[in-house]
Design a protein around this ligand. Structure first.
Ligand code: NAD
Ligand code: TYD
Length: 344
């Protein structure tokens, strides 16, 4: 397989690039990334594999995309490029519509053009549990049959792109699958998201800003488990175990309240309970996500393998030991965002 990854310099993308390069059945890995604030060349700077190539550019650039698919003889795409942070989507929706919806449309049109000229390219569209909306405390976990009901601008743009992907599969016969994973954690995550933000603030003696009452629940999946799931989905789509247009969910049976997470981070970093600060709640804050993964188990033999205790302690150690990486993302843009969001 010759694989194009979009957004390969981001958090999940960089782990998926590494996982793809471990596969003997993959002979080329091309990473197309615009390097927005969350894309970081440092994430993959140690890769020396000749099968890997980085291209700096946007998924919204249809010419670049067509040229890349053609010149690199790509037969499979894992599409991760996105604006990915809910709080930023509340701040400003436009980049989310442009990248998540229109960028996905550009990819679909390009794949359709290749399909019409006789080249069938498989596409894995990487989506999120957030498209399903929010659960109550006693509700059953989301399944692939749960109706879409996004409740914040980020989730709405991901849901819209999912719908486009399914429409292109149904109308034009493209070979596509959609994956939906719950919250990821692990090394290289941009510290605007809960776990890395809290880990760094805890180690640096800063405040730990909990939105609202901190009783919101997320189902945490280690990024390596998600990356492995994406590769298995690609193989599944190519060998017919997954039919075009199908959805696969990934979860970990690992529901935790935000407050529980912050307490664990305090324990792992020897921070102080007094660092906790209750701040204004996120508008439209989803209360609970929980993802069933019975289909992933049955169809592609995927199960989460990284235990929470091991995963979280390794993640905290990674942030402690990778000061250079942390400094590399602490640019003016990041500091402006943190100041705007948390008031300095
Ligand atoms: P991230 O913000 O760390 O990475 C996004 C990457 O996309 C960055 O490298 C960025 O430079 C790149 N990018 C943005 N706009 C682009 C464009 N127009 N063209 C090319 N590249 C562009 O995000 P992440 O957490 O790694 O998420 C990756 C994907 O996984 C997203 O589609 C997200 O919706 C999905 N997802 C994330 C989670 C999670 O918990 N983080 C869970 C489920 C699904
Ligand atoms: P986040 O990492 O932004 O992921 P998502 O919104 O996609 O679930 O947030 C995870 C949870 O942590 C969410 O309930 C919001 C909460 N949160 C805080 O309480 N404080 C913070 O500073 C951040 C970034 C998130």
């Amino acid at each position: 397989m010759r694989v194009l990854l979009t957004g390969g310099s981001g958090f999940i993308g960089s782990h998926t690039v590494r996982m793809a390069l471990k596969e003997p059945g993959i002979s080329r890995v091309v990473n197309l990334d615009k390097l927005t604030y969350s894309g970081n060349l440092e994430n993959l700077c140690d890769i020396e594999d000749e099968r890997y190539r980085f291209i700096h550019g946007s998924i919204n650039d249809s010419e670049l995309l067509a040229e890349t698919l053609g010149n690199e003889e790509i037969d499979s795409i894992i599409h991760l490029a996105a604006e990915s942070h809910v709080d930023r989507s509340i701040d400003s929706v436009e980049p989310f519509v442009k990248t998540n919806i229109d960028g996905t449309r550009v990819i679909l049109e390009c794949v359709k053009d290749f399909f019409n000229s006789g080249k069938d390219i498989s596409l894995i569209h990487v989506s999120t549990d957030e498209v399903y909306g929010s659960l109550g405390p006693d509700d059953l976990a989301f399944t692939e049959e749960t109706p879409i009901s996004p409740r914040n601008p980020y989730a709405a743009t991901k849901a819209a792109s999912d719908m486009l992907v399914q429409a292109f599969s149904n109308t034009f016969g493209l070979k596509v699958a959609i994956t939906r994973c719950s919250n990821n954690y692990g090394p290289n995550q941009f510290p605007e998201k809960l776990i890395p933000l809290m880990a760094l603030n805890a180690m640096e003696g800063k405040g730990l800003p909990i939105y609202g009452d901190g009783q919101q629940i997320r189902d945490w999946v280690h990024v390596n488990d998600h990356a492995r799931g994406l590769i298995l989905t690609l193989f599944g789509l190519n060998n017919g175990k997954i039919k075009p247009g199908e959805v696969i969910n990934f979860g970990a049976d690992n529901e935790k309240t935000n407050l529980e997470i912050v307490h664990e981070i305090i324990d792992l970093t020897d921070a102080k309970l007094e660092q906790i600060e209750y701040v204004r709640d996120r508008p439209g804050h989803d209360r609970r996500y929980s993802m069933g993964f019975e289909k992933a188990k049955r169809v592609i033999g995927w199960e989460p393998e990284v235990s929470w205790n091991m995963g979280i302690s390794n993640t905290i150690s990674w942030y402690r030991e990778n000061e250079e990486w942390v400094n590399s993302i602490r640019t003016g843009e990041y500091l402006n965002w943190i100041n705007r969001q948390y008031g300095g």
